[in-house]
Design a binder for this molecule. Sequence first.
Ligand code: ADP
Ligand code: AMP
Ligand code: ZN
Length: 219
Amino acid sequence: MGDKGRTFIVLLGVPGAGKGTQARRLEEELGLPQISTGDIFRYNLKYETPLGLLAKGYMDAGDLVPDDVTIRMVADRLEQDDCVSGALMDGFPRNLIQAAAFDAMTAPYGGVTAAPLIHIEDEEAIQRITGRRVCRVCGAVYHIQFNPPQVSGVCDVDGGELYQRDDDKPETVRNRLYVYYKQTSPLVGYYFAKGLLREVDGAQSIEQVQATLLNVLAA
Ligand code: ADP
Ligand code: AMP
Ligand code: ZN
């Protein structure tokens, strides 16, 4: 209680910018757990929990799951033991209401530490999303061209089957970008005004983006 000085990193960027890829790599480097709200929803969907069934319609359409449900889910997640030093937020907050709720949740620990924005062009985002493949077992993220597994369709880590997310099909991708610009992009101004925004060129190799992120976080 009252232990200040936790580190909360909020990764910003369009769908496909590389937030999940970088969060997984930075977990070890920074000693912080990745909290991906999209991963938590997909896990719940896989096991057909009430939360998963509620989220499904919104996810299939590429819309945001309602704030009350999402905010409660994150608050619960932050209570877990692995968040004692903070967390790397991947896909949350996603609008100004969630950002205000996250400020309130993290205020006892010093609030948000930094908000790196991974910037890529929309065309690049579409290419990355449509070529994305995910491991059914561990959730590792690949790309059929840009980050292929050693054996096509098979996870390098555990041999799990790679699949394409339903919402990564072209029909849904356009709405997800629309939702980003309408609802999530105001967070860029929100964190800039707080002096927390850190801009990163996402159109570099995965390794270079990681190095740049570590640099801006250390600055
Ligand atoms: P986000 O979490 O922001 O939606 P992901 O981390 O899932 O994005 O990355 C989207 C896709 O782009 C994945 O297929 C991933 O392998 C690929 N990718 C991630 N970073 C890069 C990069 N720097 N260059 C090329 N492809 C990348
Ligand atoms: P992502 O894995 O981040 O691409 O998210 C996949 C989908 O999960 C989104 O299109 C939303 O439907 C839902 N989702 C993920 N994070 C949030 C959030 N913070 N608020 C509302 N919906 C979310
Ligand atoms: Zn795997």
